[in-house]
Design a protein around this ligand. Structure first.
Ligand code: 5GP
Length: 254
């Protein structure tokens, strides 16, 4: 980890300069934070699981033609991704009411929404990632109208696809947050899915019992947090060989 140039350290990941120009290495930590960093902790093995889960989901998206930044997984905690010009907006898609939607609008958790709802949050730690409208995004130039149209199209396709994928393993996709970036080619620019897709940024409930299998177990002190993430990986068929024993602590970089 120490030999490469660190570009950025976030709450759950560290980014390093990649081996080739235009690439970045994402290192997944076990650190967890919630409520704008007011609550912090460690979820043992989370980084290893999120690296695998995000790899799996990004590859499935690529298979159906949704462009992502993912290149390949490098080892237990790292993946190679394409360097993007990031759009500073978190895009949340919701299928059932939960979290900040329930709190803000008083809609009971678990209420089915009449249709999928998209929300935008400005990624600005010092402002606690405020909810913003399309008008704000285009007026302040964070993304153009055309880019936003493409972002919405991609977000809804991701939602349809992941909803089905998770239902197939008896998991309800309640909501999730995506990030997007611009990937510049020779003479064109494409909007691609960035960051990660994992139980850190998706709400995932057992479809039958509604048991939570995501970061809400940490946010709400529900206990058995690691087990929630492990169960998602197990149902996806990607628990690392050797099982949860493999998930302890960081690994030497290969
Ligand atoms: P809420 O707005 O209800 O807190 O979150 C909606 C969804 O987006 C949840 O699945 C949540 O995990 C995800 N999400 C929202 N903001 C963030 C964030 O800053 N970081 C991460 N990891 N996930 C987020």
């Amino acid at each position: 980890m120490s030999r490469r140039r660190q570009i950025y350290e976030g709450k759950a990941k560290v980014l390093f300069e990649g081996p080739e120009p235009g690439t970045i290495v994402q290192y997944f930590k076990d650190d967890a934070s919630a409520f704008n960093n007011k609550k912090r902790g460690t979820i043992t093995g989370k980084g290893v699981l999120n690296n695998r889960i995000s790899e799996f989901l990004m590859l499935r998206l690529a298979e159906i033609g949704i462009p992502t930044h993912f290149v390949r997984r490098l080892n237990m905690r790292e993946q190679l991704v394409r360097e993007l010009e990031m759009i500073p907006i978190g895009v949340v898609v919701r299928n059932l009411a939960a979290g900040s939607l329930s709190t803000r609008l008083g809609i009971p958790e678990g209420t089915s929404l009449p249709r999928s709802i998209i929300e935008y949050y400005l990624k600005r730690d010092e402002l606690q990632d405020p909810l913003v409208s399309e008008e704000h995004i285009t007026a302040f130039g964070w993304a153009s109208t055309q880019e936003l149209d493409e972002i919405v199209q991609i977000a809804l396709r991701v939602n349809d696809f992941l909803t089905g994928l998770f239902l197939g393993i008896n998991i309800r996709l309640v909501d999730f947050k995506l990030e997007f970036g611009r990937l510049y080619g020779e003479d064109e620019m494409r909007i691609v899915v960035a960051d990660e897709i994992s139980p850190d940024n998706c709400r995932l409930w057992d479809a039958r019992t509604r048991e939570k299998m995501d970061k809400d177990r940490f946010r709400q002190d529900l206990g058995r947090v690691e087990e929630g993430y492990q169960e998602v990986a197990r149902r996806l068929g990607i628990l690392p060989e050797g099982g949860p024993g493999d998930l302890k602590g960081p690994r030497a970089i290969q």
